[in-house]
Design a protein. Sequence first.
Length: 472
Amino acid sequence: MLSIGSFLFNSLDYILIVDSKFNIIFNSRYDSRTNIQTEYAAKDILNKNFFEVYTDVTRANSSIYRCMTTGEIVVQKNQRYHDYLGHEFVSHNVTLPIRRRGKIVGVVELAKDVEPLENVDSEESDVIFNEFLETLQRESGYITFSLIQTRNPEMRKNIDMARTLAKLPNPTLIYGETGTGKELFAQAMITQSGVPRSKVVVLNCATVPENLMESILFGTKRGIYTGAENRRGLFEEADGGILFLDELNAIPYQVQAKLLRVLQDGTFRPLGDNRDKTVNVKIIAAMNVEPEEAMARNILRKDLFYRFSSSIIRIQPLRKRQEDIELFIEYYIKHFQDLYGKHIRGITGPLREALLSYRWEGNVRELKNVIELAVEFAGDDEILGPEHLPSYLHERLFENERGPDNSENADGNEILPLSRAMEALEKDLILRALQRAAGNKTKTAELLGIPRQTLTYKMKQLQLKYEPAKHG
């Protein structure tokens, strides 16, 4: 088992490292410490050219060559090839660049074999590789488009559009409801762009006080206000790279005019300065409000929106992607049963039908949390049923199927106000995280993926108090 950083590569079949001249400097498949086959010798492999060892791999179809020349993280499934002794392999590969001082000096390829070779469409092999890939991408901080799960034609078009826009200087706007995956798209575009991570700046605009937004974006000149120092803003930090502005509509209306100027001609003036500065920054923005609604409410300038109009990605809510609901149910059951070390034997028909008909106002994020809670509530070797759902969803889907007169509602699914449903889910998640972290708020915030201040605010808002679990 190989450990790199915090990630354990215990799902791999082999690791290959190639230098910038395509010479093999390590290959665990032929290493005598990891392989019992005796016909291979290190001298026949090490320092040999990759294309000489793998005779039927060409530069045109090689993930090694593509990664080395573009710097992209390349994911390739069912790659079939032979080595110099004629042995045939089929594997799923993820290939990553190795950089030194910004220059690509080699690549590392991580592979999972598909066995038997005749069964290259093995669903089990796909699941194992997908989970490995998702964990790797999450641990490394590099999100690629291969991580975006979908069977929906519209989403596939969005992915193709985002891939293209990632390589262009155009400012891009991604919008859709909360939980649809806007940040996932943005991070995948950042990876696809090839821009060094040191030149990527991310800002959640909703977390910045209105009176500080202009100084944070554009910087300050000493003396403009009490305590002000010469300080670079985020545009200068991201010069030559990408600035991702999440919750774009949270930027104050008057500051949006200054943002528009940067998008038009690349210039801005720091607070208190009398000289313009010029930067070259690609903007990726996201918002969870329909642009037409945001403009009608005067929280988004029309001229700013029109500046994005040639590069807009709209992500459909999950309820309009029925095929993806089925995909995520199966995917997250498998994901969380492995995470919690349980065997889930399946899901009952009534629960599956209810989940497929539910509106999922919280989109993929809500579905993921619901499946995680269900798997955690379930015992080992159980079938998931309605009893494993969080209380708010069980009430909405099953307890209210009949009205006060004991007759069924017209649609068989009473609509619970979204605010109540999301509040109940938030309570469930926060309390569970508090229990796991033994009341430590810093650890709880890390588990939930939110700032500690946000956790404290939500606990106060929801009137939550940590109480240690009682045993006995």
